[in-house]
Write a protein that binds this ligand. Sequence first.
Ligand SMILES: [Zn+2]
Length: 611
Amino acid sequence: MIRCYLLLAACVCFAQDPIAPHSAYEPPAAKAAASLASSTKDSPRDLLTTGEKSGWNETAPYAEAVDIANRLERASRFVKVLDIGTTPEGRTMIAIVVSKDRAFTPESAARANKAIIMIQSGIHAGEIEGKDTALMLVRDMTVTKRFAAWLDHAIFVIIPVFNVDGHENFSPYHRPSQNGPRSTGLRATAQRVNLNRDYIKADTPEMRAWLKIFNSWMPDFHIDNHVTDGSDFQYDVTWDMARNQDLADPAGSWVRERFIPELDKRMAADGHMVAPYGALRPVAGKREFFMEVFSPRYSHLYAAVQNRPSLLVESHSLKAAKTRAWAHYDIMRHSIETILLDPEALRRAVREADRELASRAGLRSAAPVYLAGKVSDRSRPLVYHALKSGPFKSEITGAMVNRYLPEPDDLETRIHDQIDTTAEAQIPLGYLIPIAWKDLADVLALHGVEMERTNKPIEQEFETYRFSGTKFATTSFEGRVMLDFDARPVKEKTAIPAGSYWVPMKQRRARLILAMLEPQAPDSLARWGFLNTVFEGGGRGGVGEYLSEPIARRMMAHSPELRKQFEARLASDPQFAADRQARLNWWFQQSKYEAGDTGRYPVVRVWEKTW
Ligand SMILES: [Zn+2]
C-alpha cells in the first residue's frame, strides 16, 4: 500500500483521491442513527464536533478535542480537564474527569464510592470515531443532561485521544481501506510504536502517562475504541473482552453472566448488528467462528491482569464513518447503562477478585493462575451474519478476486470462544529481584507494584528457572528483539545482595506481577528482551585454546570419572567427536571456570520469608 501511495504521490497526473471502499451492507437502523442524531440536535452549536458538523466526513485536529473539553469544563462544574503527560513531539495529553462530587483526584474519587469508568480513543489514531462520540457523551451528561443521572453512580475518566502525535500525522492515505473520514491520523506514534503492544514493556512516554492514570484512578471498568479492517460482514460493531480464565472470578463471571448478555440485548434493540471480535476459519470443509486469545500487551488484557473488565470495541472500517460513530456512541452508552443497572455488583466483583488473588500468595495448595492459552476446540452453536461473496476475474492479478455482495449470508455455525490453558503458575509468597536488576523493578514500579528493599544479604536455596533452547526472533518487533525459550524450574542456592527488591504477592497486582516476572508468560519481561545478557555466556570473556586445552588436560589427568564420561561421549556421538570446540566446551562446562549463572533467571521465587 505504501508503494502505491508513493507512486501516486510522485505522479501528479493521477487523481489524488484515496480509495473509499464502501461496505456491501449497512444495518438498516444506521441510516437514521437515531441516538447519535438526537444528541447532535440538542447540542449547543459551540460544542459540536467536526464529525457531527461534517456529517462524519471529516475529523478535526487534536486542538478541537482539547478546545471542546475546555468548553465543557467552563460549561459544567462537574467537568475537569487534566494534563496527564507529554508526547515525544511535545504535545500535552489530556484526560477529562466527569464527577458530580467534583472528585477530580484519584483519592477523592475512591472516597466517592461510585463506579469509575475509563474510556479511551485513538490509541490507533486513524481509528477515531470514539474521540467525537466520547465528547458527545460528556456533553450529554453535563450540558444537555440527557444522561445526567449516570453521574449519581459513576465517575468518568476519558482520554479523547491517546496517541496524540499519531493523530496529528494527518493524511488521506493512512487508512486506505477505511470508508471516511477524508483524512485521519496514523496507527503508530511519532516514535513508530504501536501503543496497543506497549502495555507491559511501557517503552513510550504515552504509555507511562497512561499507566500513571490507570494505576492511580484504578477504574472499575475500561473501554478502548478501535476500528477493525478485514472481511466485510453484516455487523457494524464487534467486541472482545477477557471473560474466561484470563480474568479472575468473580470479575470474570460478572462479565460472562451480567455484562455481555445485557449489552448484546440492548445493542440489538437499537438496531445494531453486534458480534464478538474474531474470524471465520475453515474446519473440515465448513466455516466456524474463532475468537482470539490476547495477552497483556493489549489494553483489554492489561486491564484483565489488574482484575478489571475492559471492553475492546472494534467498529468496521468498511462501514460509513457515520455508522461507526453511531456504533461507538451506542456501545459506550449501553455499556455504561448496563453497569449502572447495579454498579455495586461490578465494584464488589472486582474488589473480590483483587482479594482472592492476593489471598493465594504463598499457598502451595492454591490453584495455579492462568498465564497463556490458545483458542479451544470446544465450541457452541452460533448463527453468524456474514455476507455472500461474488468472486470476479481480475485484470490486475489475472486471478479470481473476492468481492462482498450486499446479500446476507446467515450461517448456522459454531463459535470457539473458550480458552485452553497452555501456561500457568502458582503464586509464591513473593519474588526477590537482585539489586543489579533494578531495571526490572523500575518497570514494575511504573505499573504501581508495591515493593520493599532488603537490608541484608540473603543466601539460601530458592526456586528459579534455567533457560535452554533460546531462540531470538529474526526481526525486531516494536523496537525490541523478543525471544522464545524453555524455562525449566530449578531450586538453587542463590546469593541476593542487600538493597535488592522484595516483591510481596499479597497485593492486588499479584496477577500482573506473574504476567511480568514468570518467564513463560507471553509478555514477560524476559520475553520482551529485558534480560538478554543472561543468555550471553556469563560475561566470562573468551579463553584461547592454548590456555583452555591445558586446563582440560589437567582435569582429565585428575579425574578418571570425567575421563570415562568424555570417552563415552566421543564413542557415542561422532558429531561431537569431530567438533574441536564442542570437545573443549565439554570440559569447560565441568570446570569452575564456567560461569554458574549462565542461562539462570536472576529473579527468584520465595515461599517462605526467612529474613
Ligand atoms: Zn486498533
